[in-house]
Write a protein that binds this ligand. Structure first.
Ligand SMILES: [Zn+2]
Length: 158
C-alpha cells in the first residue's frame, strides 16, 4: 500500500490554505449528512490557520482568546472527526493527552457520485496516489488537498 504521507509530504499550511480546507470540511460533512456547525468551524479554523500542533486544552484557550466558549467534549469530538476525515493528524508524545495538527497535502477526497440517487462512494487506489504524486512533483507544486469526483450512475440506478 502506497503511503500517501510520503507521496504528498505534509508541509506547513500555505496562505489561503485554511479557506480551502474549510471548503473541503464543509463538503465532507455534507456527504456524511453532518451539520457544518459554528462550533465545528471555529475548532477547525484554529488548526487550519496554524502549522503547530495543539492539545484539546490549547484549542480551548485559543478559542477563548477569540471570544468563543466551547465545551471540552465538543472540542474532543470535533478534533477526532477532523482526524477521521483526514484533515488533521493525532500525535501522542507521552504527555498524557493527544496533540492535533492540520494535515496538509495527504488528505484524499476521491468519490464516485451517483447523479440519480445522490449516493457517494469514496474510493482509494494506490495507483491514483502514485500518478498524482508524480504530477505534483514534476510540476514543483505544493499540494494542500485533493478531490477527484467521478459523476455517473450507481449499479442500483443503471
Ligand atoms: Zn444511484
Amino acid at each position: 500500500m502506497n503511503d500517501a504521507s510520503t507521496a504528498f509530504p505534509a508541509t506547513r499550511p500555505p496562505l489561503g490554505c485554511a479557506a480551502l480546507l474549510m471548503e473541503v470540511l464543509r463538503g465532507e460533512l455534507r456527504e456524511r449528512e453532518l451539520p457544518f456547525t459554528h462550533q465545528r468551524e471555529a475548532i477547525a479554523r484554529v488548526l487550519f490557520e496554524s502549522p503547530r500542533n495543539f492539545s484539546a486544552d490549547e484549542v480551548g484557550e485559543e478559542l477563548r482568546e477569540r471570544g468563543e466558549q466551547l465545551g471540552k467534549a465538543t472540542i474532543y469530538r470535533t478534533l477526532a472527526l477532523l482526524v477521521e476525515l483526514g484533515l488533521a493528524t493525532e500525535h501522542d508524545f507521552d504527555e498524557g493527552f493527544k496533540r492535533y495538527q492540520v494535515q496538509v497535502g495527504a488528505a484524499r477526497h476521491d468519490h464516485l457520485i451517483c447523479t440519480e440517487c445522490g449516493r457517494v462512494f469514496p474510493f482509494e487506489h494506490p495507483d491514483v496516489d502514485r500518478v498524482l504524486a508524480d504530477v505534483v512533483a514534476s510540476s514543483d507544486f505544493v499540494p494542500i488537498t485533493r478531490q477527484i469526483k467521478v459523476f455517473g450512475t450507481c449499479n442500483e440506478c443503471t
